[in-house]
Design a protein around this ligand. Structure first.
Ligand code: COA
Length: 303
């Protein structure tokens, strides 16, 4: 990251608890910007210990003096393991000030091919996980502290009924509702709750998975999408009013703003960090000519 426009001590003394991030991507960038801005502790919480440790090792050199990054294993779907991770964080750092609900799952699958288990799995991770972590952090820390910030990473999928993502769109719609409900319930405790909605972010697992039309409905192929990478074409970039894809750093700067007192009068709202893409391309798979061809096929077949 180039020289930050934010005060390097913006998060001095603060502790952040971030769910997800073992795949790197924007959650790693959020952790990094928090460390660079003097957060006392950044705790990444994910299921797979080895993958998580690699990310923690990559982040450690960015920790400002007196800052520390650690990883804790937990499954956000499992209340007990989330409870334990929150307790361990409080034992180590004494406080939690910022919660980023980032753990999520997504893949391309038409609704009529999706099993109920597949639908529920994503709801459990995204919405259930957001509920579990928010409840635990509030009950064990924010409620007594009378302060705290929750940042729910959301998506724009449900704004336009994005095809092949009924699972993630429904899950993120619930996350957005959760943002509003908790902002109202926990405002009197000094807790601010906000959504952060990324657009097309370059280099993320999400972009790789959701741009890979060969992976539709196929768990194995979806798992390989990341290695294949994303072939960004001009047509896609041209749809974004600001004329470029986003970077993890763009998202991280939004998260830093929300986490800090710079956003002291924000709660219950969703910060769009998408270069305006939601205005021009709310149905993001439509940028793929291959998808548009598939989409039109049933109607054409009738003729
Ligand atoms: N297409 C269709 N169904 C799929 C699928 C895909 N690509 N991936 C998973 N499912 C279904 C499974 O088939 C299973 O249902 P079934 O038993 O009825 O067939 C159900 O979802 C649960 O799958 P499972 O692999 O056991 O769940 P999991 O908890 O291990 O992981 C995800 C599920 C969604 C989290 C997995 O895809 C994943 O690990 N993703 C990486 C994180 C990610 O998606 N990041 C991007 C966020 S934008």
């Amino acid at each position: 990251m180039e020289k930050s426009i934010f005060n390097p001590e913006l998060l001095s003394g603060k502790v952040a608890f971030i769910t997800g991030g073992s795949n790197g991507g924007m959650l790693q960038d959020i952790a990094k910007i928090f460390l660079l801005h003097s957060a006392k502790g950044v705790v990444l919480v994910a299921r797979k210990k080895e993958k998580l440790q690699k990310v923690v090792d990559q982040l450690t050199p960015f920790a400002a003096k007196g800052s520390e990054c650690i990883g804790l294993t937990a499954d956000v779907r499992d209340t007990e393991s989330v409870h334990e991770a929150v307790s361990q964080t409080l034992e180590k750092f004494g406080t939690i000030d910022i919660l980023v609900n980032g753990a999520a799952g997504n893949f391309l699958c038409p609704a009529d091919m999706l099993s109920l288990k597949g639908f529920k799995t994503v709801l459990d991770i995204d919405s259930g996980g957001t509920f579990n972590a928010s409840k635990e952090v509030f009950s064990q820390a924010f409620k007594q502290q009378r302060s705290g910030v929750i940042i729910n990473i959301t998506a724009n999928l449900h704004y336009g009924g994005t095809p092949m993502m009924i699972h993630a769109g429904s899950a993120k719609a619930a996350v957005d509702a959760t943002t509003k409900h908790l902002a109202v319930e926990w405002g009197p405790y000094g807790v601010r709750v906000m959504g952060l909605c990324p657009g097309f972010i370059d280099g993320t697992e999400g972009m790789a998975r959701l741009s890979d039309m060969d992976s539709i409905g196929d768990k194995k192929k979806a798992a390989q999408s990341r290695e294949k990478g994303v072939k960004t074409d001009d047509a896609m970039t041209d749809l974004v009013p600001l004329g470029r894809l986003g970077s993890g750093e763009d998202i991280a700067k939004g998260a830093l703003y929300l986490a800090s007192d710079a956003s002291s009068y924000l709660t219950g709202s969703i910060l769009m960090v998408d270069g305006g893409a939601t205005l021009t391309c709310p149905n993001f798979v439509m940028h793929s000519p291959k998808f548009v061809e598939m989409y039109a096929a049933p109607r054409k077949a009738k003729i």
